[in-house]
Design a protein around this ligand. Structure first.
Ligand code: GDP
Length: 374
């Protein structure tokens, strides 16, 4: 991978000091900030991070995730080294995706199910994938009232979503964070996403079980839930089944159950159930966990669980190839000068977009050894 001088331009991208609790004075010059940062960086070796993570050290886990999220080449390389060391110890958790439109009660639900799980003795990590977040300061911890009990629960680890980046980039960071959390001993991982966009497909591609939260009394269109998202769900839970809303929730449950029956049988051999719950009143929560247990039992027995994980790894490999090829291409010095010219030619209809793209890729290929293009 090319070192594209990124580290000269992204002073602000390192959040390591923030996590370490080091204040960042604003009234000093840029160069002294840079010196200050270098003095305070204290990057450890990959082995030290990995040892700390494997020993369950939360601070080193947080710092390693920050390295995973960093745009700096140096951090990226270190992060990959840490991940490689953690990988043999990862994979042993249950990974659960939780989605639903804003306001459906995701954070309240995660708080309720999460505290239920930590009370059962589980170690829970909560991650978020929310690249288009409109919430301030990147999702989960943006609103301080969210997950009050979980955020002080010593058996839980809550990590806000990476605050910037393309969906592909955010998805990779979340996958890598899952590996680090698993190596740190977390046996249940939640990945939260807002159920309105593309991110559901990305989350579905990294979890074992995909839970869709919905509301009664609002049509699918109103909730912005696409049919495709319902099709990905391993269970649907109608939240806010409390007070006056209980009967409506039961009706919605039957409706959704009927709707799901029309979908083709899933390759898992699993029929997604529709349940009701109240995250606020904490009813129906343990039943959701029982459903997850049943799913795991069934899919571990029929081999689907392992098969899905293997497929996901394969998908991740291909996404990584795409990401590396793209970034190498766009960071190539010749491409950087040729691309604007091609853009101009395409804009003026002197060249078709395809021909221009082919030309650029050939130009890129010619510069690289081992060009095997026939
Ligand atoms: P998110 O945007 O999906 O994370 O939703 P929140 O967890 O922030 O919840 C949105 C609103 O719905 C908040 O005011 C919650 O208090 C409320 N809420 C969440 N769960 C329930 C529930 O089970 N019953 C009721 N009545 N309200 C709930």
């Amino acid at each position: 991978m090319s070192d594209n001088n990124q580290h000269h331009h992204h002073h602000h991208s390192s959040a390591l000091h923030v996590n370490a609790g080091v204040p960042q004075p604003e009234q000093i010059s840029k160069s002294s900030i840079e010196r200050f940062k270098h003095a305070g960086r204290k990057l450890l070796t990959a082995q030290e991070y990995a040892d700390g993570i494997l020993a369950g050290n939360r601070i080193l886990l947080s710092q390693a995730i920050t390295l995973v999220e960093s745009a700096r080449q140096q951090h990226h390389a270190l992060a990959q080294d840490i991940i490689s060391r953690c990988l043999p110890h990862a994979g042993k958790s249950v990974r659960i995706g939780i989605t639903g439109v804003p306001g459906v009660g995701k954070s309240t639900f995660i708080e309720a199910l999460g505290t239920h799980l930590t009370a059962l003795g589980h170690q829970l990590a909560v991650l978020a994938i929310d690249p288009s977040s409109t919430r301030t300061k990147g999702s989960i911890l943006g609103d301080k009232t969210r997950m009050e009990s979980l955020s002080v629960d010593k058996n839980a680890f809550i990590r806000p979503s990476p605050s910037s980046g393309s969906l592909g980039g955010v998805a990779r960071k979340t996958r890598e964070s899952i590996i680090l959390c698993e190596a740190a001993g977390f046996d249940v991982i939640f990945v939260e996403t807002v159920g309105v966009g593309q991110s559901e497909t990305a989350v579905h591609g990294m979890v074992d079980f995909f839970l869709l939260l919905m509301l009664a009394g609002a049509g699918d269109e109103l909730q912005g839930i696409k049919r495709g998202i319902m099709e990905m769900a391993d269970a649907i839970c109608i939240n806010k089944a409390d007070g006056d809303n209980q009967q409506a929730a039961q009706r919605a449950r039957v409706e959704y159950q009927n709707a799901l029956h029309l979908f083709p049988q899933a390759p898992s051999g699993w029929t997604p159930p529709v349940q009701t719950c109240s995250a606020r009143a904490q009813t129906g929560i343990s039943q959701v966990w029982e459903t997850v247990q049943e799913y795991l039992t069934k899919t571990r027995q029929n081999g689907f669980f392992e098969e899905k994980r293997q497929q996901q790894k394969n998908l991740t490999l291909h996404e990584a190839i795409d990401e590396i090829l793209q970034s190498d291409f766009y960071n190539d010095i010749k491409i950087k000068t040729a691309l604007p010219q091609m853009q101009q030619a395409v804009r003026q209809d002197e060249m078709s977009a395809y021909v221009a793209a082919r030309h650029l890729v050939d130009m890129y290929d010619q510069q690289h050894a081992g060009n095997n293009r026939p």
